[in-house]
Design a protein around this ligand. Structure first.
Ligand SMILES: Nc1ncnc2c1ncn2[C@@H]1O[C@H](COP(=O)(O)OP(=O)(O)O)[C@@H](O)[C@H]1O
Ligand SMILES: [Mg+2]
Length: 337
């Protein structure tokens, strides 16, 4: 059963340079217990669509043109600010990039945890304190009891990010949304945080939306991958088929620009040609067409719908071309002398 279902979400920004078409008729759902990895280069609409459904979009300049976001039978887009606020941090936990700006520098970590817990639970007194200690312990912060009385600047970057995850997880959310939560962290700390999220999923069955521009992180964490570009879904499906049999030239480009870990010889990395589209003047058809060497005339003219591919349930692509056939033809040409 879908825990979250986004329907026809379109978000624009009014800017001096014109209307920015940030999110374009976005449709997708997340099943209960699923981990969805959302990837795409910077500017693809990953953050904006999440902010929109959580009621956190700055309006103006932002504008929700249309859309519904059904969470457990309620349309988040139709809720009052007050109702949304009680869902945020409660049933939906959030972890954003840059804990330095998300945590309040003048309040102790304990105070900030307490605030979330008292707003969303009935815990008081000793039970409340115990829960706070437990949360810091769960996210792997040593000496949790002593740490509660410290301020954010007394924590390292990795430890602050753990605090953010503790706050995001504080009320056992049914849905945890993380937006570039490990991007600023070094690889070792990132690996520890990913372990932690896996543990939380295992222990609490939490549904997760993990937004990142890092394909490697998605490979490790997600059940389903969703590739976004130009405020649209280019490809989506279970991680394995999407990684091994990509159908969108954009996904293919992202995968081939990944360094091959453990490879003995250094493979030359593919670089996707061109630059991301100017969303105040988006291309009329497939947004990736201008950068796609395989683009057909139709790609430049008409937006492709997201359709089922192959025989793997849930694998979908928005493309007018047949990527496997094109790649096969290309490698045949390369092999003929
Ligand atoms: N406050 C804003 N004003 C104008 N345009 C914005 C604003 N925030 C985001 N955008 C635009 O919306 C598009 C999607 O951005 P975003 O969702 O942040 O991308 P990302 O996938 O990197 O998270 C981009 O073209 C971005 O420039
Ligand atoms: Mg973002």
């Amino acid at each position: 059963m879908a825990l979250l279902e986004i329907k026809n979400l379109t978000v624009e920004f009014d800017t001096p340079g014109g209307v920015v078409h940030a999110v374009n008729d976005l449709n997708y759902s997340v099943e209960a217990g699923e981990t969805l990895g959302v990837v795409g280069e910077s500017g693809s609409g990953k953050s904006v669509h999440i902010l929109a459904l959580l009621g956190l979009l700055p309006c103006p300049p932002g504008r929700i043109v249309s859309g519904e976001a059904w969470f457990d039978g309620r349309n988040l887009m139709a809720l009052s600010d007050r109702d949304l606020r009680s869902i945020r941090g409660g049933e939906i936990g959030m972890v954003f990039q840059d804990p330095m700006s998300s945590l309040n520098p003048v309040l102790t970590v304990g105070r900030q945890l307490k605030e979330v817990l008292t707003r969303h639970t009935n815990l008081t007194g000793r039970a409340l304190k115990a829960r706070m200690v437990e949360l810091l312990d769960i996210v792997g912060i040593p000496h949790p009891e002593a740490r509660l009385s410290q301020y954010p600047h007394e924590f390292s970057g990795g430890m602050r990010q753990r605090v953010m995850i503790a706050i995001g997880m504080a009320c056992n959310p049914r849905l945890l949304i993380a937006d570039e939560a490990t991007t600023a962290l070094d690889v070792t700390v990132q690996a520890q945080i990913l372990d932690l999220v896996r543990q939380l999923k295992h222990d609490f069955g939490t549904t997760v939306i993990w937004i990142t521009h890092d394909m490697g992180v998605v490979a490790e964490l997600a059940d389903t991958i969703q590739v976004m570009y130009g405020g649209r879904i280019m490809e989506r499906g279970p991680v394995r088929p999407v990684f091994h049999d990509p159908r969108s030239a954009y996904t293919w480009g992202l995968l081939n620009s990944l360094p091959d870990e453990g490879a003995r010889t250094q493979r030359r990395l593919y670089q996707i040609p061109g630059s991301p589209p100017d969303m105040s003047n988006p291309p009329p058809g497939d947004p990736f067409a201008p950068r796609n060497p395989f683009a057909t005339e139709r790609c430049h003219r008409e937006v492709p719908p997201l359709r089922d591919v192959g025989n793997m349930p849930g694998h979908k692509v928005a493309a007018w071309y047949d990527l496997p056939a094109l790649l096969a033809a290309q490698s045949e040409k390369e092999q003929t002398p």
